[in-house]
Design a protein around this ligand. Structure first.
Ligand SMILES: *[C@@H]1O[C@H](CO)[C@@H](O)[C@H](O)[C@H]1NC(C)=O
Length: 418
């Protein structure tokens, strides 16, 4: 489960750490998967199994509201006949909970392996006390996964929904979609492991690149299986992906496909005793700390290791300058005697793919970006704070160690070991 913390709420949480207020609402479920902080109305919205909750931000036990939104009996039957576990999988697990306009949220669930979406009415102000699900439902394919076990992430912006999810019953068709809005839906190439290789999506964020909204970029944080020849013995790789918000798709075989999608490895490692770095690759969560300049948030990412021998977790920070440098760098392609991933040395078409959408030719072989040293990607800014004591992320430990990071965040940039 991942929650995006907003600083003021974060203070509230840490204040309450020693004075925990708990909510024991759904006895047999822990599927609290979708969170939305609504500071304007002072509510925390939570999507769970067959339910949507609205909590008071100060005391979650005061005046909480809930709406039941189960899958229909016929969809539950179909799900069971398809061989799924009626008790564990054939519910409506809420996975998308996003602000749509001043009065409504957009909400989607797995719908017993039949994704559905709807609008949740909230009213303009808290005093109106509105919390109501619309009676009209939409197809949720490409928005919510079918299978509640699949990790997905989404962002609704300007009436368009960006979702990284699986889009079929079998859980084999993974894609980054843009749906809703006036445009035709657009997605990543289907069944092409160079684009996405069994991805598990963690977060989607919009980050402006300039004062012109035409340059806005969408960043996706996910983990996926290493590509062939990328890394021996490493199953999972953490990634950052980039899309232009103004991408309208390409021509011919690329109609309704992204032309600006690029991805790079998100590095988080510490030096080992014998010169072999320990990599944290299991991305668990991402948080953007906004700064005065909306173009340059600081990105915090929480990782664990994939290794069975070394169990640990880490927090790495990234800055936008390093991220932009990698996406403006060389494309990666496979070449040489060992058919390794190396920087592409050939002529890059002009205008450069993934700068702007339009007629430019996208990098057709692979959306992968290279970097000066092979196998590397976006380096972490400052040394990671990490712990081996626990395989799961320890909040308190991280807070104790953050002192060592302050020198770095005040402007002194150290490029950590790539
Ligand atoms: C928000 O969207 C919903 C669903 O389309 C619509 O019914 C409602 O009128 C909209 N509200 C505003 C303030 O535009």
């Amino acid at each position: 489960t991942h929650v995006g913390f907003v600083p003021s709420f974060f203070k509230l949480l840490s204040f309450n750490l020693f004075n925990l207020v708990t909510f024991n609402g759904l006895a047999n479920s822990s599927s609290y998967d979708a969170f939305l902080l609504d500071e304007e109305r002072g509510r925390l919205l939570v999507g769970a199994e067959d339910h949507i909750f609205s909590f008071d931000l100060v005391n979650i036990n005061r005046d909480h509201k809930q709406i039941a939104w189960p899958a229909t009996p016929s969809k539950r039957d179909e799900c069971k006949w398809a061989g799924k576990d009626l008790g564990k999988e054939c519910s409506n697990f809420i996975r998308v909970l996003q602000p749509f306009n001043q009065t409504h949220l957009y909400i989607c669930g797995t719908g017993a392996f039949h994704p559905i979406c709807s609008f949740l009415e909230m009213g303009k102000r808290a005093e109106e006390n509105i919390f109501r699900l619309a009676s009209h439902f939409e197809n949720g394919r490409g928005k919510s996964p079918y299978d509640p076990k699949m990790l997905s992430a989404s962002l609704l912006i300007d009436g368009e929904l960006y979702s990284g999810t699986s889009a079929d019953f079998m859980g084999r068709d993974f894609a980054i979609f843009r749906t809703l809005g006036d445009h035709h839906p657009i997605r990543t190439e289907q069944h092409d492991s160079r684009w996405l290789n069994d991805p598990r999506f963690i977060g989607v964020h919009l980050i402006p690149e300039s004062d012109n909204t035409e340059d806005d970029k969408i960043f996706l944080f996910f983990k996926e299986n290493a590509m062939d020849g990328e890394h021996t013995g490493k199953a999972t790789i953490a990634r950052i992906g980039q899309l232009c918000k103004n991408d309208m798709g390409g021509h011919r075989s690329l109609v309704n496909k992204w032309t600006t999608f690029l991805k790079a490895r998100l590095m988080c490692s510490v030096p080992g005793v014998n010169g072999i770095d320990t990599h944290f690759d299991e991305l668990q969560d991402v948080f953007l700390m906004s700064s005065k300049d909306p173009k340059n948030p600081v990105i915090y990412a929480v990782f664990t290791t994939s290794s069975n021998i070394f169990k640990g977790s880490a927090v790495c920070m990234y800055n936008m300058a390093d991220i932009r440098r990698v996406f403006l760098g060389s494309y990666a392609h496979r070449d040489g005697p060992n058919y390794q991933w190396v920087p592409f040395q050939g002529r890059v078409p002009y205008p450069r793919p993934a700068r702007h959408s339009g007629d430019s030719t996208p990098p057709r072989t692979s959306p992968m970006m290279s970097s000066p040293s092979p196998g590397a990607g976006v380096p972490s800014w400052c040394e990671p704070t990490w712990t081996t004591s626990s395989p799961s992320w320890s909040w308190t430990e991280w807070r104790q160690r953050t002192d060592s990071m302050t020198s770095c965040s005040s402007g002194q940039v150290r490029n950590f070991n790539v």
